[in-house]
Design a protein around this ligand. Sequence first.
Ligand code: NAD
Length: 505
Amino acid sequence: MTSELDKNLHEAEALLQRFRSGVLPHFIDGKADPGTSGAVFENSTPIDNSTIGEIAAGNADDIDAACNAAAAAFAEWENTPGKERKKILHKIADGIEANARDIALIESYDSGQAMRFMGKAAIRGAANFRFFADMAPGARDGQSLPAEEHINYTMRQPIGPVGVITPWNTPFMLSTWKIAPALAAGCTVVHKPAEWSPYTAMMLAEIAHDAGLPDGVLNCVQGIGEDAGKALTEHPKIKAVAFVGESMTGSHIMRQGAATLKRVHFELGGKNPVIVFDDADLERALDAVVFMIYSLNGERCTSSSRLLIQESVHDEFVARLQERVGNLRVGHPLDPATEIGPLIHPRHMEKVCSYFDIATEDGANIAAGGKAVEGAGNYVEPTLFVGAKSDMRIAQEEIFGPVLTAISFKDEAEAIAIANNIEYGLAGYVWTSDIGRGHRLARELDVGMIWVNSENNRHLPAPFGGMKASGIGRDGGDYSFEFYMETKNVCIALGSHRVPKLGTA
Ligand code: NAD
């Protein structure tokens, strides 16, 4: 054991004592709440699948309590001046920064994501709060739309209490990406975190409370998706649901929210192509290809899980890729040297490993990996499938692990056809030295986000989201406010126009 791993592990164990010693409660109306039923579920670490602790299994009554708290807090929070909301959100960011190492250690232990990435993810959570804090004072601003005989202007107001439902991959950062703009807009929130990664959601609720966020403005209910999550999407006091997770769950949520006409925002699955042309800077492309599928255990919505490689450079590129994949360091997530940690849950690991047989049955070859790592924990060898065809399951389905499917193509037209031959449409990556081709591909690819000659570099004002089965709506900058707020139009007559007369003789 390296001394750094040793140190991280000791620190994580000390922090986890708190979660091992009692049931993790909900956080409702400014305080820890054990829930109404006493029911619990266990949460384990993917490092060796040992139990970390018990979690309160929220039900419809707990969701009702949280939604009532959010509804009661709404009037005051909505009318809190933007400048004040800004101050509180910056204080939350301060709290996240002060606790960033603890958050990273717990999340790494709980989710299996390597510490080298989790440290940055916690800091990104703080950056999300700062970014939307600064936008809070202008959230209600509208547009002036003068016409000949009338002046129209718009104004915005927060939609009301909202539900936020998040998944287990980079859970802390993802929840801040949803919760920060909601609070900046003046909405109150009920958060239902993923059952496989429950702890840091509680930490966020506590940090926010300590930063002075009024009671009831941010509530957190733990629980299973089909119980607590479903109840949240059906609750009449919740006006909108921001959801990050699987496409199939999105479709359930749309159905569940239909009776109460919920506004929904979905960030769903992906099977994102990275297209490498023979005129690309192959060295940089190689770095990006490896980074974008094997970092974060490949459990990442924007991972480039399909490599489309031009046939003229296919063999050379794949040989170099194979070598790099073989060098990836799989290990304990708290070891700073680790590049790939264990997958979140044995059930997820089983799903990922099932594709090793599917690949060979469908006629592809395994050029690297293709096995679970023996021993305790959900460790999987980073895997590279080659010789794949676009219609194979390994090229169509979201595997959500450190598994890359390489497909060769002849020319630009074929690359576009393969890239678009899929139900998903989240992100696309293009590597070429031809600027015109970069722009052409950006126009032709049916995805919400395109990076040319780059890994997924994020800019917070830029729109983030997917097309097709990858999502509905965009986050980022003002796009987030469009979701969390209602736009009202006000039309004022200048007094000179003729009003139609009815009922006159
Ligand atoms: P999931 O859909 O199984 O669960 C996500 C959340 O939904 C959890 O909190 C779960 O408890 C809850 N849930 C489940 N069923 C529900 C129901 N019927 N009603 C209400 N809530 C319910 O997803 P996951 O396995 O936790 O996460 C992985 C998925 O998330 C992948 O498909 C990944 O691509 C996607 N994801 C997308 C983005 C994006 O930005 N597009 C980002 C991260 C993850």
